[in-house]
Design a protein around this ligand. Sequence first.
Ligand SMILES: Nc1ncnc2c1ncn2[C@@H]1O[C@H](COP(=O)(O)OP(=O)(O)O)[C@@H](O)[C@H]1O
Ligand SMILES: [Mg+2]
Length: 359
Amino acid sequence: MADQRFGGIKIRSLYKIFGPNPSAYVDAVRKGMTKAELNHTHGHVLGLRDINIEIPSGCIQVIMGLSGSGKSTLIRHINRLIDPTAGEVLVDGADVVKMNDTELRNFRRHQTAMVFQKFALLPHRNVLDNTVFGLEVQGMPRAKAVEVAMKWLERVGLKGFEQKYPNQLSGGMQQRVGLARALSNDAPVLLMDEAYSALDPLIRMDMQSVLLDIQNEIKKTIVFITHDLDEALRLGDQIAILRDGEIIQQGSSQDIVLRPADDYVSNFVKEVNRGRVVQVEAIMEPWRAGGVSSQMTIPVGSTIEDAVRMLASAPDGDVTVVSPAGQPVGIVNFRRLATAMVNAPASVDRNSSDLAAVH
Ligand SMILES: Nc1ncnc2c1ncn2[C@@H]1O[C@H](COP(=O)(O)OP(=O)(O)O)[C@@H](O)[C@H]1O
Ligand SMILES: [Mg+2]
């Protein structure tokens, strides 16, 4: 059993109420008492309400929401830095909530690693000694720990910086150390709470690429918190959107961008570069035999942006969208792609229903 460390996570009916007597209010909250009422009338804060998430092993789960929506509260339940008021947090089938102190210590040390927004590097340790820190705590012999740490430092692009101290590094480089330290642990679950939110946009994109690149090899279960939708869409295999401690929507990037569940989600989606997220099959016309003269084809799964790039050098007119087996499945053209980049079908519908509502 001990080596079955795959990192699949199931969160079931999780509630968190902050205050002196949380369990007194959990039934009321279950029955629908609002966060505002709980706060104003009873002086307790609703942290999370009825959270249910399944994160398959090897998946990047993004948790997204505005400040105060409960993101940190949620991720801190996964390694039980916070005890829930009710509910289960299963990692590889074991309920973290029920673990005793020893089990919990082992679980935290071996099953999870965290990357922090403020890096949390030890200022008097150099890069190498910061990176081996977790392995030292685990009792790994120094030579082995250094070998592991050096591998990850190289992998995050810090080879040659081992002897530097945190204050000699930029924010982006410090976060690379944070990532190398977490990866050195080789825990199946990686928890990242706004790990990139303090970084400049370009550095941040770099770090997203580093993470995606490494994830291709290591296939950890990563819970990544952000309040930035572009980051969420780029990284998330699954995205959950939180508001006031509740999950408003769960789905893939496509689900979120094409079918935002409500105005809160639409507001996030409004600013997004749809061309990078939406795939051609979401916007193509149905296939009709004989309708397309061009020999050119676009594979299913191409983003609109990719398709535009492919069509940019081709003559005008319709082209065929094909399945991986080479079957024609639909038709697109440049105009259709360009329109889809700027229009949001879901919000067009919403606008027309809003318009209808006010008249
Ligand atoms: N220890 C605590 N005591 C009381 N309220 C808390 C505590 N921690 C968080 N909260 C409240 O829970 C809600 C969610 O907070 P948090 O999880 O930090 O949000 P986020 O990470 O999305 O910004 C907020 O209303 C916050 O004020
Ligand atoms: Mg937070």
